[in-house]
Structure formats: C-alpha cells, structure tokens
Design a protein around this ligand. Structure first.
Ligand SMILES: [Zn+2]
Length: 239
C-alpha cells in the first residue's frame, strides 16, 4: 500500500521541477581547462540550448560588443545545472570552453570563418572543424590566490572584461581587468608598484591555458597563412 508523503517530502518534490526530472534528459558535461583551480568545479554540467535561450542573441543585433557578451553570459548561465556556479565568476578560457561545448553539441562542430588577405581585397570563406582546436590545461603548479608583493591576486574573471558603462573591448583597460584580479582591495587604492606587479601577473597567466584562440588559414590566392581569431562569442549566433 502506498504511503502518504510527509510534508517535508512534499516540499522537496515541489522544489524539484526545475531540476532534472528524467534520466533521458540530455546533459552536456564539460571538463574545464582550469582543473578546478579557481573555486568552481573541474566539470560543469549544462542542459542543451533551446530556441528561447538564443533568441536574445539573434534578435538583438551585435552593435555593442560588451552588452552583447553580457547577454551571452546570461544565456550560458541559464543552462548551467550545477548550483552555485556563476558564469561571470569563471575565467575567460573556461567561458570560451563552455561556449565551444554548447556550439558543438547544439549547432555542430563546423563553422564558416571569413577573412581577407592583404594580397587581395576579397572576402574568403573557409569551413573549419572546431574539434581541431588545441587545448592546453592549466599549469599543475598554479594555485591561487597568489601573493604578488603583498597583494593577493587571482586569475582574471569574465566580469573584469565586461566593465559597466563600456561598449567595446577596445575601451577595456588593464585597470578594469585588474578589478577582478585583486582580492580584498580597491584597485584605485593600490600603489602603482602594487598595480604593476598585479598586471605582470595577468600578462603571465592570462593566456596560459584554454582552447586555442587563433588559427592560421592559407590564402587561396597567394598561399600565405592568415591568422584568424576564433569567434567564440559568435558561436551561438553564427550558424
Ligand atoms: Zn593572399
């Protein structure tokens, strides 16, 4: 005979609807290149993207980079199944890896990249397989926070690259990024010597791990290899 559920159990059942309800619901598991060294897990679980998620990206034109990437962060946040993981608090390399995982799982691994070579003013389009991107894991030795001349620092976070009131990445300066790096101190109050040490820390580590961000493609006219940036931020809107 079925037993009545207790009030506590009933409450728990009510709290479940947003969680996974069936075993066949697809979960995307992403292993982050930072190996859990930044205070969030090494493996992130995501639900697949739905049309309602990417609408906000496609309908709104990308005329302002930073507001667009902020929306992108929110879209990705809406797919994170692990509690307490904030996408804006992740590092850029990890954010790029998550975008790659979504792209490959929801849209596909092929992307069309366009570029111009200096030899001819013509737009060339080449298909590229995103599975061919290299990935470097974080240095085993890395451990944060790091003490730099008495200032505690950590790897820059996504929000540091998206300062309020700025529209394009060209406007973002070192001090904006530094705000997400320095722990327990206002960047404005740092001595210049301390800021210098913290900036050197960023330069040393910023690109030290993660998925490859540039690729080289041969020009079909002169054969010269042209460097193209992988458009991570357009992965969910560029089909
Ligand atoms: Zn060329």
């Amino acid at each position: 005979m079925p037993r009545m559920v207790t009030v506590d159990e009933a409450k728990k059942i009510k709290q479940q609807p947003d969680k996974l309800t069936s075993v066949d619901e697809q979960v995307i598991s992403v292993t982050l290149s930072s190996s859990g060294k930044h205070g969030y897990p090494e493996t992130l679980r995501l639900r697949p993207l739905k049309v309602k998620d990417v609408k906000a990206l496609v309908e709104d034109p990308i005329n302002e980079e930073i507001p667009y990437v902020r929306r992108l962060v929110e879209v990705v946040q809406g797919t994170v199944l692990d509690e307490g993981v904030e996408v804006r608090e992740m590092t850029m390399p990890d954010f790029r890896k998550v975008l790659l995982a979504h792209r490959v799982n929801s849209i596909g691994k092929m992307i069309e990249l366009s570029f111009r070579c200096s030899c001819k003013n013509e737009l060339q389009v080449v298909p590229f397989d995103l599975m061919n991107l290299d990935e470097k894991m974080i240095d085993d030795e890395y451990k944060e926070p790091v003490d730099v001349g008495g200032v505690q620092v950590r790897f820059p976070r996504v929000w540091g690259y998206l300062p309020e009131g700025k529209k394009s990445f060209d406007e973002v300066n070192d001090y904006d990024v530094l705000a997400s790096v320095v722990i327990g101190k206002d960047v404005d109050d740092l001595l210049l010597s301390e800021a210098k040490g913290a900036l050197e820390f960023i330069k040393r580590w910023e690109m030290s791990y993660g998925v490859q961000t540039d690729i080289e493609v041969p020009c079909k006219h002169c054969g010269k290899k042209v460097k193209i940036g992988v458009p991570f931020f357009l992965f969910l809107s560029l089909w």
